[in-house]
Design a protein around this ligand. Structure first.
Ligand code: E4P
Length: 218
C-alpha cells in the first residue's frame, strides 16, 4: 500500500521524506490556510521534495473555473494531481482532465455510490474520508471495503486513497480493507513504527551486546 502524507508543512514533509517511505503528499485548502504560505509556491516546494503524486486542490466550485485553476496547478510540476470536490461540476472537470491526461484526486467522498461515480468520471484517485465518517457516527472503514468490492467487480482503475486517517489502527484497517493508498497526518506517520516491545527488545539486545565486549567493525 502506498503511504502519502497529508500536510502542507514543507519542513515537516522534508523530514518525513528523508525516510524514503513517503510515496506522495496530499494537501487541502484548510491545510494550506493553516500553513500560511503562498499556495502555488508551497505546492512547488512540496513537488521538489517528493517524486510521487502531490495533490493540490482547486478553490472554486464551478466547472469552468475549476478547469482553469486545475490547469494552473498542473503546470507547477509533473507530479501535481488536481484535487476536485465530489460534485457534478467536480466530476465534469475530472472527465475533462482525464481526457487531457492530467491526474485527479476526487475528494470529500462519503459513500460508495459517490466513489462509483468518480470512477466513471475517470478519477485517478478517490478519497473516502474515514475519520470524518467515524466522527459522524458511521463505520468509516466499511466504506473502503465497499468501494474495493465495486471497483473490482467492474474493473475500475481508480485508486482508493483512504483519507481522514486518525491512527495507526486506521492505517492497518485501510490496508486490510484493500485501499491502494492512505494519506496520513505527520503525527500518525511518525508513530507507524512505534511498539513498546520493539523498544524494549532493542534496549535488551543493545545492553547484552555491550556486556559481551565484542564489536562488529573491529
Ligand atoms: C484528504 O485528502 C484530506 O486532506 C484529509 O485526509 C482530511 O482529513 P481530516 O478529516 O483529518 O481533515
Amino acid at each position: 500500500m502506498k503511504l502519502f502524507v497529508d500536510s502542507a508543512d514543507v519542513g515537516e514533509l522534508k523530514a518525513l521524506a528523508a525516510s524514503g517511505l513517503v510515496d506522495g503528499v496530499t494537501t487541502n485548502p484548510s491545510l494550506i490556510a493553516k500553513q500560511g504560505g503562498v499556495f502555488l509556491e508551497t505546492i512547488a516546494q512540496i513537488c521538489a521534495l517528493v517524486d510521487g503524486p502531490v495533490s493540490a486542490e482547486v478553490a472554486s466550485t464551478d466547472y469552468a473555473t475549476m478547469v482553469k485553476e486545475g490547469e494552473r496547478l498542473a503546470a507547477i510540476a509533473a507530479n501535481v494531481v488536481v484535487k476536485l470536490p465530489l460534485t457534478w461540476d467536480g466530476l465534469k472537470a475530472a472527465q475533462a482532465f482525464s481526457r487531457s491526461g492530467i491526474k485527479t484526486n476526487v475528494t470529500l467522498c462519503f459513500s460508495a455510490v459517490q466513489a462509483m461515480m468518480a470512477a466513471k468520471a475517470g478519477a485517478t484517485y478517490i478519497s473516502p474520508f474515514v475519520g470524518r465518517l467515524d466522527d459522524h457516527g458511521a463505520e468509516g472503514m466499511g466504506l473502503i471495503a465497499d468501494i474495493r468490492a465495486i471497483y473490482d467487480q467492474y474493473g475500475f482503475s481508480t485508486e482508493i486513497l483512504a483519507a481522514s486517517i486518525r491512527s495507526t489502527a486506521h492505517v492497518r484497517e485501510a490496508a486490510l480493507s484493500g485501499a491502494d493508498c492512505a494519506t496520513i497526518p505527520p503525527s500518525v506517520f511518525k508513530g507507524l513504527l512505534a511498539h513498546p516491545l520493539t523498544e524494549r527488545g532493542l534496549q535488551q539486545f543493545t545492553a547484552d551486546w555491550t556486556a559481551s565486549g565484542q564489536t562488529i567493525l573491529g
